[in-house]
Design a protein around this ligand. Structure first.
Ligand code: FEC
Length: 321
């Protein structure tokens, strides 16, 4: 058997979450670009974390599992026995930071790498900022790194999301609802409205994913809505999911399925903003609300990531010829 002659680094980037309740202040300060939150803001965020799972931070474990599963998938799918993929974690707002992941690569002697974010849609305010930081650090470390910018229409992503939607629609049917009368709400993290004047592809990519999933799952009654808008003075993209629920109630819609296609893990924005906050508004409106299961480390999602990383690596090799 041929020996591995080259290790390719894969920087797997994710949002990051605190390690404990005590770590929330530093985390929140980092999100706010070094400005500490007020006591009131801090308490409000702590309360949300405590509400989801008694102070446990599921995003950390989910990201750990995703990184491990991606490395296994990459090396299983890889046809070149001389190449081995090694994954490094790089978080946006927590340890190990993006820069730490790149530095670990350098210490391990990695010369070539691919970077990918655990978020399928590109915005200069989301994925773009991860890439900028990784690129700067990779240049300083002498690592040649190229990046996957988005994978929002990957056929296997559309496939696995549409299966998730269909599975929940089956449950609505079992509970006595008419499949065609369930309103499917595709959702994603809101961003400041100014991205629209910047020619940012974020909204269009999200609409494309939603339309493709709806088509594949045979859903005709759907719409897109935003969620989890930041608490800042400037306007954020809307309508927000809570307002959308109130509007749907006026239209006499009784059954709603939320598909947060902008997220790939169970974390605060799903487990609190949808499962607690939106669920409570739905309860007040006498609506039945369900959510599709998150992808987490589903092998189908790992296959999507493995495919786009290997494709990017092959393109990088070709450009070197
Ligand atoms: O479970 C967890 O611990 C972390 C959940 C979490 C995810 C997440 C994903 C995204 N965010 C995006 C943009 C922004 C912008 C601001 C902002 C603020 C917060 C705050 C918390 C938070 N985000 Fe987040 N985000 C998560 C958590 N996010 C907590 C601070 C309190 C609050 O506003 O709720 C505003 C920053 C500012 O103040 O200027 C902008 C985007 C995503 C999805 C893409 C990605 O994963 O990177 C975009 C998960």
């Amino acid at each position: 058997m041929e020996l591995v002659t080259k290790q390719i680094g894969v920087l797997v980037m994710s949002y990051g979450t605190p390690e404990s309740l005590e770590g929330i202040e530093a985390y929140y300060t980092h999100i706010r670009r070094g400005n500490p939150p007020s006591a009131e803001q801090l308490k409000e965020l702590k309360d949300r974390y405590e509400a989801i799972v008694g102070g446990v931070f599921p995003l950390r474990e989910n990201t750990d599992r995703q990184v491990e599963a991606l490395e296994a998938a990459l090396n299983r799918d890889n046809a070149d026995p001389a190449v081995q993929f090694v994954c490094y974690q790089g978080l946006k707002h927590a340890h190990p930071f993006i820069e730490d992941g790149v530095e670990s690569m350098m210490k391990d002697g990695i010369a070539e790498a691919v970077g990918i974010v655990l978020a399928p849609h590109y915005s200069s305010m989301s994925v773009g900022t991860y890439i900028k930081r990784a690129k700067e650090k990779a240049e300083a470390c002498g690592i040649q790194m190229s990046f996957v910018e988005s994978y929002h229409l990957h056929p296997e992503l559309i496939d696995v999301l549409s299966r998730r939607v269909s599975a929940r629609l089956d449950q609505f049917e079992e509970a006595g609802a008419k499949r065609s009368e369930v309103r499917v709400l595709f959702s994603a993290h809101s961003l400041p409205e100014r991205i629209l004047t910047m020619g940012d592809p974020y909204r269009d990519q999200l609409l494309e994913t939603s339309a493709a999933v709806a088509k594949k799952a045979g859903v005709t009654s759907w719409q897109f809505t935003w969620q989890s808008a930041g608490r800042t003075a400037e306007p954020w993209l809307g309508p927000d999911v809570l307002d959308t629920l109130r509007e749907l109630s006026k239209e006499q819609v009784e059954d709603v399925l939320v598909a947060p296609v902008g997220f790939v893990s169970d974390h605060l924005e799903v487990l609190y903003d949808l499962d607690i906050e939106a669920q409570s508004v739905a309860g007040e409106l006498d609506m039945r609300l369900m959510r599709i299961e998150s992808l987490n480390s589903d092998p189908a999602y790992m296959a999507v990531l493995s495919d786009v990383v290997r494709t990017r690596y092959n393109q990088m090799k070709v450009s070197q010829l």
